[in-house]
Design a protein around this ligand. Sequence first.
Ligand code: NAI
Ligand code: MG
Length: 358
Amino acid sequence: MKKHIVMLPGDGIGPEVMDSAKMVLNTIAEEFSHSFTFESQDIGGIAIDRQGTPLPAETSAACKKADAVLLGAVGGPKWDSNPSHLRPERGLLGIRKELGLFANLRPIKGFEKLLHASPLKEEVVKGSDLLIVRELTGGLYFGTPSERRDNGQSAVDTLFYSRAEIERIVDKAFQCAKQRRGQLTSVDKANVLESSKLWREVVEEKRQQYPDVAVEHVLVDAAAMKLITNPSQFDVIVTENMFGDILSDEASVLTGSLGMLPSASLREDGFGLYEPVHGSAPDIAGKGTANPVAMILSAAMMLRHSFGLNEEANVIEETVESILNGGFHTADIKAAGGQKVGTKEMTQKIIDSIKTRN
Ligand code: NAI
Ligand code: MG
């Protein structure tokens, strides 16, 4: 398979973890006889420094022509006092919008040997392996009117969803559930919100097409509670934009380090942008200690969701898990024992293990 990948390393530890992902992808290409070509473009702070804008036209154009996009992270203290049009995160929001990415996927898994690093009790996080599918381009963050009224003394935002918008995100979630453990939890506030009642109707209709997926509806407040009291009960969670924003941040603490969490943002045709959940970590940038796992697992998601290379994605995910369970960890994981390694060593461990898998 031939694929062209645009890499947007960005700022801080972005370039360091991007190097790791590229090396792992090159290993996969060799092992499975694929041809991946890479092109690097500026985004965020580095784009401001080099080209005077957080999202250069050349970067947008390259992404639109690519088969998939990998993004590191943007931002840092250097640009914190810039005016809003010269803020690094403008680049990120801009590219997500230009590419029409409506589905945000965040898998969260409690790795056996790292359970102690979670702020929750080990027995609570044990066995957690869930995927949050969040609608990304509709709902309260985009509905109009959204404005001040009465000389600024009142304000309105609008939670709007069309049937078509709900159908495509719910469909994506059913597909994911089918590929995983066949269990879908739809999160809404149907006891209060009209948009949630429509959401529930659509889920109920869609489930006819997926008879092998078990469906439950959970109200968002109850879901927030269950996520930290019994996270292992979930397989795939699908929800609207704002609920997904909040629940995915809540769920991100389960594993104990941001350095472990990948994400995907997808378009209907399977095109996607893949990035770690963490930021540019300026406090450790350039030190060679960043955890490359979130970025490497983001690359695995790219193989699965944009290229349909499920076996290759599984190989990366299983290898990462075996390395972590073997006791190797980067400095962000508070470990009781095990062996602390840097970004390069962690990456090399993963590569060697992919090459020698049976
Ligand atoms: P952050 O995620 O960059 O860092 C939070 C803490 O986690 C830091 O102590 C950092 O060292 C650690 N950490 C994060 N990723 C790590 C990794 N892979 N390995 C080891 N340790 C890791 O969030 P923070 O500090 O709030 O923001 C720093 C900058 O990143 C800001 O400029 C912020 O705007 C930007 N940011 C960018 C995001 C993106 O590009 N998607 C997302 C979040 C923040
Ligand atoms: Mg958030």
